[in-house]
Design a protein around this ligand. Structure first.
Ligand code: SF4
Length: 125
């Protein structure tokens, strides 16, 4: 069972209660196909410009997270045919994931639910 932390973007914190993220985690689908089951240890909301992300990552690790996932909507958007990479809520999602991985010393993954077609989750270490 892999312990997971999630970091989401403030831009939709009042519009999406992480429903698909949590379902994918629970069912081991989409961004959570690695390992043998996943358990959520906590969720943080990143506020622009992302200065707090390193501390959030360290705290999630201290709560037991072995891996942190950044929500798909941070780096992808939905169009009429589904989710497409680019034009997400955060222009710096990759940089933030790299910062978080270095700060906490655990892998940080770009992707949770409804991954864009052909997208393989970027993993920062
Ligand atoms: S990835 Fe999807 S389910 Fe998760 S927070 Fe973003 S819009 Fe909501």
């Amino acid at each position: 069972m892999k312990q997971i932390g999630i970091i989401r973007c403030e831009k939709n914190e009042t519009r999406c209660p992480l429903t698909s993220c949590l379902k994918a985690l629970d069912q081991g689908r989409e961004g959570f196909q690695d390992g043998d089951g996943h358990e959520l240890v906590g969720v943080f909301t990143c506020r622009g410009p992302g200065d707090g992300v390193a501390d959030m990552a360290r705290i999630l690790k201290s709560k037991g997270a072995a891996q942190i996932h950044f929500c798909t909507c941070m780096f992808a958007h939905k169009d009429k045919d589904g989710w497409v990479e680019g034009d997400g809520l955060c222009p710096d999602a990759a940089r933030l994931a790299g910062d978080a991985a270095r700060a906490a010393g655990i892998p940080c993954v770009l992707g949770t639910a409804h991954l864009p077609k052909g997208y393989r989750p970027d993993i920062f270490t």
